[in-house]
Design a protein around this ligand. Structure first.
Ligand code: SAM
Ligand code: SF4
Length: 340
């Protein structure tokens, strides 16, 4: 008999219902704010969770605890072989299924992803200038990412949103151009504050462009309504504002200057099966050990054991990260290793 899902509540009375799954730590880009050019230590093939293992964790979250959203990320999720198969396996869970990608492989796979059941996609694009794009990603692939955005639109993935990490003196002069680009394409635009999760430790406070400044710069050219769209910001990380001319909206993710931890509903699994309750968490819970002991996926008590680890991990979810405060401790993993 199917169980009735029960809500998973953390110690600060927040409902946990959004699962981020990293499916690889590898990437075909080397964004300066995320990975070093060389010298990354990759997770071994054997250590990576299989699609069956990932789907098993996802089904426990959805069927026992009523999670309603799953996002596939990485590393770059589209470099993992047969990713379309994983989307098919997760689509049967019937939740909002999204992906964050650098977009470079979308021209080849966007249609297959949509057919497999992916609902929507966020595509990272930090610059529209070839040289800046190359300097930031260390890859000369701007044209293919632009083609990837078009492919996602054509495939019917909805909504398509663009994510841009804003860094002072690097790409902050493109805020308005990126906003214009998204308005013209009819896609969403999200500006993300630069967070201290880069592998090269180049992060510093003075490189962060506060979300309020980003909005002010857009408002000077494309006036925004003064009040945020209800439900945004406090129930999701992006605080969204409509353009006064009715031509869409723009969002800002103020992880550093205005953290949204009070309403965080997320947990994460790394590509090797570590369960994390925050991007900045300092401890992890090993789901792979449960998946691979005894009879493995055939073990009759596997779901119960996974559920026990998940519940005890959620019991440690903290009130919030402390970026900018003296007691902030940087996690020893970068964004690509945790899964952004
Ligand atoms: N490779 C995919 C991509 O780039 O979209 C997915 C993984 S990436 C780690 C997920 C998101 O994290 C991207 O939008 C990326 O721009 C963002 N990101 C990476 N490092 C970041 C940092 N230090 N601060 C803020 N955002 C960051
Ligand atoms: Fe790769 Fe995404 Fe990190 Fe860039 S941000 S290096 S695309 S994982």
């Amino acid at each position: 008999m199917a169980r009735t899902p029960i809500p998973l509540i953390d110690p600060y009375a927040r409902l946990v219902k959004d699962l981020r799954i990293s499916i690889t730590d590898r990437c075909n880009f080397r964004c300066t704010y995320c990975m070093p050019e060389e010298g990354m230590k990759w997770i071994g093939r054997e250590e990576l969770l299989s699609f069956e293992e990932l789907a098993r964790i996802a089904s426990v979250c959805v069927e026992r605890y009523a999670f309603d959203a799953i996002r596939i990320t990485g590393g770059e999720p589209l470099v993992r072989a047969h990713v379309v198969r994983l989307i098919e396996m997760l689509a049967v869970l019937g939740v909002d299924l999204a992906m964050t990608t650098n977009g470079v492989k979308l021209p080849e796979v966007a249609h297959d992803l949509a057919r497999a059941g992916l609902s929507r996609v966020n595509i990272s694009l930090d610059s529209l200038r070839r040289e800046t794009f190359l300097a930031l990603t260390r890859r000369d692939e701007l044209d293919r990412v632009l083609a990837g955005i078009d492919a996602a639109i054509e495939a019917g993935l909805k909504p398509v949103k663009i994510n841009a990490v804003v860094m002072r003196s690097i790409n902050d002069d493109e805020i308005v151009d990126l906003a214009r680009f998204a308005r013209d394409k009819g896609v969403g635009m999200r500006f993300i504050e630069f967070m201290p999760l880069d592998a090269d430790s180049m992060w510093s406070h003075d490189k962060v462009v506060p979300a309020r400044e980003i909005l002010d710069r857009i408002n000077d050219v494309f006036p925004l309504k003064t009040v945020a769209i209800p439900g945004s910001g406090h129930t999701q990380p992006a605080e969204r504002f409509e353009y006064a001319d009715g031509n869409g909206d723009v969002g800002v993710i103020a992880s550093v200057t205005e953290p949204f931890c009070d309403n965080c509903d997320r947990v994460r699994i790394t590509a090797e099966g570590k369960f994390r309750t925050c991007l900045f968490a300092l401890n992890e819970f090993d789901l792979r050990a449960e998946l691979r002991t005894g009879a493995g996926l055939d073990a009759p008590d596997l779901d119960d054991r996974l559920a026990t680890v998940i519940v005890s991990a959620v019991g440690t979810k903290w009130a919030g990260h402390r970026i900018g405060q003296v007691n902030f401790i940087r996690p020893d993993r970068s964004m690509s290793q945790i899964g952004g």
